[in-house]
Design a protein around this ligand. Structure first.
Ligand SMILES: [Zn+2]
Ligand SMILES: [Zn+2]
Length: 341
């Protein structure tokens, strides 16, 4: 099969490699859509601590079952399916405490390599986190299951009410998925911040209550008019920039919640005012990855077609143009690209 291999930072080669074949409990999917993701762009630019180069990559996908291993229940060859690239073990210390998002097995046995014609899905993922794709959902929308599940996991840590005002900093794919998920949960006052007009106008189109251009910098004052001078009930940071992590904590109201979602570069540190955290009783959460429960909820949201999720996919390209796709992503007036083998 043809598969894109990241040979070294910034260099992709479309290579002919052996098509995977399924062992017991596994399936091999023919990829019908793979989506680019911020993590893939970071991996492209500087490699990834968990995946030594050269490596296959791409982890947001949907497809058709090309081959089934023995003992796979509930699926047949030719089924159209959607999946996330990981699943928990269900037995470790973290899983037994309901924190299966940080299960060590989940990250160790991860299915990546979606920028290819086929991908092999390990048995524990097939058994827990793979679903039949509803026929009214496109393959591209179905491939949003993983990022949406991460966003839903983040929201599961909050105690938001429908009348809350939420500030989302960053209007890339994750920020916009937060907007869509919050709207689906019945919230209306969602203030979106970004540095690019393209992203702000898309946020507006997707139902943002206010959009704020932060290309000249970000400050608490920007939101006071929209929050009766109190600050936001919740602030969700989706940029992975340590300075923005610090700003997020200053924009929330007393007793409010901050979600620091965007992962920063290794070694980054941040400083918070202890008075702010303690006397204003600010709650900070920094959610990672997804849980089985959040995957199910994300699947239901996509299946019910409550989201305008297809708006997040800027364009699609064939497998042999992945290098061009990453150049486009670096230029920035885009959200996600679909790569179609
Ligand atoms: Zn992703
Ligand atoms: Zn586990």
């Amino acid at each position: 099969m043809r598969a894109n291999v990241l040979v070294k930072p910034g260099q992709i080669e479309l290579r002919e490699i052996e098509t995977p074949s399924p062992e017991i409990g596994e399936v091999v999917l023919k990829i019908r859509a793979a989506l680019t993701c911020g993590t893939d762009l970071k991996t492209f630019l500087r490699g990834h601590p968990k995946f030594p180069l050269p490596t296959l990559f791409g982890h947001e996908f949907s497809g058709e079952i090309a081959q089934l291993g023995h003992n796979v229940g509930g699926f047949r060859e030719g089924d159209q399916v959607m999946s996330v690239p990981s699943a928990p073990c269900g037995r470790c210390y973290y899983c037994l405490r309901g924190q299966d998002n940080i299960c060590e097995t989940a990250m160790a046995k991860y299915a990546h390599g979606a920028y290819a014609e086929y991908i092999k899905i390990p048995a524990h993922i097939v058994a827990q986190n793979m679903f039949l794709k509803p026929s009214n959902l496109s393959f591209q929308e179905a491939a949003l299951l993983e990022p949406l599940a991460c966003v839903i996991h983040g929201l599961s840590l909050t105690k938001l009410r429908e009348d809350d005002t939420v500030v989302v900093i960053g209007s890339g794919a994750i920020g916009l998925l937060y907007l869509l998920a919050l709207r689906a949960l019945g919230l209306h006052k969602i203030i979106m911040m970004a540095r690019r007009t393209y992203k702000l106008s898309l946020a507006k189109h997707l139902g943002a209550y206010k959009t704020i251009d932060v290309s000249e910098g970000i400050s608490r004052e920007m939101i006071l008019d929209f929050t009766t001078g109190r600050g936001a009930d919740a602030v969700i940071e989706c940029t992975g920039n340590p300075t923005i992590w610090e700003s997020a904590v200053n924009m929330v109201r007393r007793g409010g919640e901050v979600i620091l979602f965007g992962g920063c570069k290794p070694g980054s540190t941040v400083t918070f005012d202890t008075q702010r955290l303690h006397y204003d009783q600010v709650t900070i959460r920094s959610p990672f990855h997804l849980t089985r429960a959040s995957v199910r909820q994300a699947f239901n949201l996509l299946a019910e077609r409550q989201l305008l999720a297809s708006c997040l996919i800027t364009d699609s390209y064939p497998l042999d143009q992945l290098g061009e796709v990453f150049s486009l992503l670096q230029r920035g007036d885009c959200i996600k690209y679909a790569v179609i083998p």
